[in-house]
Design a protein around this ligand. Structure first.
Ligand code: A2P
Length: 270
């Protein structure tokens, strides 16, 4: 980052109408993935699963990208899970942040991966690849998810085992959390798979839905629009392929203004 020399100079550069928040912690998982937490502005409200525009001053100009908020709506801090793109306009800089640095955030969060966009059901699937797990990291820490669903299945597929760590640590944290552990109880299941390294469960989630292995491994029946609801977050190709399979099973896509049986959102990169 091109840090200005004095706090006054820095403050003068921050655009009007955006929050300037302080980085609290940074954890690097691999050379492609990291997580950071920052302060939450007092007036900032969002629904678990939504995204916000996150930015940094790069030289004289702010650069923003969409980021799913990975922390739940009740949390006093904000958490984000990010890819590192070597030439990415934002992530090439964002990956260098340290506690105490300033991160910008536009004021209005939005998004379709929210519980309100789904009609009532029994089992909620959250299908994710890579950093697409971020909105679900928010939702599986929100008590409302467990009020609305009897079973919550988070699938996370990455290239290799090291990339699964964020999701595995997160579910461990929930299992040890003072009040979430009770709410999530036996309802929450994490199904992690790799596609380029050996692991107990392997393969693309689309293949595992299509060949039925996902359901056999989980001990549940195949997708049923009367029972199952879905949320999907991953690359454009993953969204399309997973959406096609859900539609083939009879589920229809919903939106904020028209709740239905599944919703999708692109995992953002750059
Ligand atoms: P694969 O290793 O077979 O490409 P990335 O890190 O490139 O975003 O990929 C994250 C995960 O998503 C990888 O395990 C990758 O599998 C998988 N993936 C990529 N494209 C699709 C798709 N069209 N449908 C399902 N999974 C996909």
């Amino acid at each position: 980052m091109n840090a200005p020399t004095t706090p006054q100079e820095f403050a003068a550069k921050i655009p009007d109408g955006v929050y300037a928040e302080t980085v609290l912690s940074v954890e690097h998982y691999t050379d492609r993935l990291f997580r950071f937490r920052m302060t939450r502005p007092a007036g900032f409200r969002f629904r678990s699963g939504e995204f916000a525009m996150i930015g940094l001053m790069v030289g004289e100009k702010p650069v923003y990208r969409a980021y799913s908020i990975a922390s739940p709506a009740w949390d006093e801090e904000l958490e984000f899970f990010s890819i590192k793109v070597p030439d990415g306009p934002l992530t090439s800089h964002l990956q260098m942040i340290k506690p105490g640095d300033t991160v910008l955030m536009r004021k209005k969060p939005t998004g379709t991966l929210v519980l309100d966009a789904l009609t009532p059901g029994k089992r909620l699937y959250m299908f994710s690849t890579g950093t697409g797990i971020a909105p679900f990291a928010s939702l599986i820490r929100d008590p409302e998810t467990y009020e609305k669903f009897e079973e919550v299945i988070l699938t996370h597929t990455c290239r290799d085992v090291a990339e699964l760590k964020y999701g595995i640590d997160l579910v461990d944290e929930i299992r040890n959390h003072e009040f979430l552990s009770e709410l999530a109880g036996d309802k929450l299941k994490l199904y992690s798979t790799t596609t380029r390294e050996d692991y107990p469960h392997q393969g693309r989630i689309t293949d595992l839905i299509e060949n039925g292995k996902l359901f056999t491994d989980l001990g549940v029946a195949a997708l049923d629009p009367k029972i199952d609801r879905g949320m999907i977050c991953g690359s454009a190709a993953m969204l399309k392929d997973t959406k096609d399979l859900l539609e083939k099973s009879g589920l229809t896509e919903g939106a904020n203004n028209k709740p239905s049986e599944f919703v999708i959102e692109r995992a953002f990169v750059g």
